[in-house]
Design a protein around this ligand. Sequence first.
Ligand code: ITT
Ligand code: NA
Length: 181
Amino acid sequence: SDLFFVSSNPHKYQEAKKILESFDINLKFFKYNLEEIQSSSLKEIASKKAIYAFQKCKKPIIIEDDGLFIDSLGGFPGPYSSYVFKTIGNKGILHLLKKNRKAKFISIISYHDNKNCKSFEAKIDGTISKSQNGTGWGYDPIFIPKNFNQTFAQLTTKNDLSHRYKALKKFSNWYLNKLKS
Ligand code: ITT
Ligand code: NA
């Protein structure tokens, strides 16, 4: 049974594909620039993205909405992470931070088919590094997961511990059960 990942971001797809492979789920790519709904809630953005993605693809889909939430900035960029990355980028974020560097990544995976609409959320705590380290996409060069001393961009184990991994693991449990029933 076909399952499509609807997104404009091939990095997200590549990671999601790799992660779901480890749960024996084959993920296909439906590259599409989903209109970014502006809302202060990741959940709301995710479920709207899912409805829209299913209308476009007409096959069972998942979408993912992520946010990087920085404590000392009151959770900014959060739901605006995509826009903030394209505008001020990692350099801009580093300029804004002082002593408290705590942050977390949140991922919401939303599934939609002609019967079900379901979301799975997960987070990973960490800190923002003092400078960019490693070559990775998005905020990877500045995010250090808790209990590590290297950024996501430097770690070879990102896909075993990321927000994306944790949310997809929850999704897989539900999805594989659904396929059986
Ligand atoms: P969609 O088309 O799927 O919406 P997007 O890139 O706009 O793609 P989001 O709306 O979820 O995705 O935006 C979240 C942003 O947060 C994304 O553009 C990245 O810059 C960043 N991001 C998300 N997950 C990340 C990760 O694992 N590592 C680094 N940056 C990440
Ligand atoms: Na987006």
